[in-house]
Design a binder for this molecule. Sequence first.
Ligand code: MN3
Length: 255
Amino acid sequence: MKSDKHSRRQFISTGTKASLALGLGGSLIACSSKAAGALQGAAWADNPLFQTPYHQTPLPYDYKALEPSIDAPTMEIHYTKHAAGYTKNLNEAAVAEKVDTAKPLEALLGEINKYSEKMRNNAGGHYNHELFWKNMRAPVSGNAPSGSLKAAIDTKFGGFDKFKTGFADAAKGRFGSGWAWLIVKDKNLLISSTPNQDNPLMPVASTTGIPLLGLDVWEHAYYLKYQNKRPDYIENWWNVVNWDNVQQRFDIAMK
Ligand code: MN3
């Protein structure tokens, strides 16, 4: 285990040196230290929960499982068309840019500024959706975090309701298309958001960190059922958050 961690650190360190070698100019130091921040503490990166493959994994439930919060037609189109499109385009970019797709996608996201715009959009798109599906489950009444995650949310945000308000504000406030996030940065919980298909693993994100929970606020995620009412979609989405999955990610991110 120890040697695995060591080799992962070496790999990340090599990646950082490779970005240095590209000579990105004045912003170089800020970028590379952000990348190191996002991938810091390689223990989490060694865990299978944080090793996303370059192919779509099967949805952990059927298309109708998240009803009424998210309707079956939306889920089917979202998974088979939108998300599948990102996966296909990611793999095209990976061939063109000679990426080793046997390695987890997280490593590439941590140095996304070495790659094309097509890679950024589709690596982000694929990663974000793979996480999003696993962040959800069939609706649970009174759905809420428990245990150490609940305690950390209470300490950081002053309670679950205040956290939900802060997260929903980030999701509603994201102009146009993007994502809202709950992340761990330097062993602290933070709420953030990113435009388009960016995510907090990318050094280009305004706030980098380890993603625990992501919410897709592209219109394709809710328009069929909610039309322009993004706040209603967000409100109902809380019923299908898989807090067990978020807790597992939290435990690993805090190690
Ligand atoms: Mn989407």
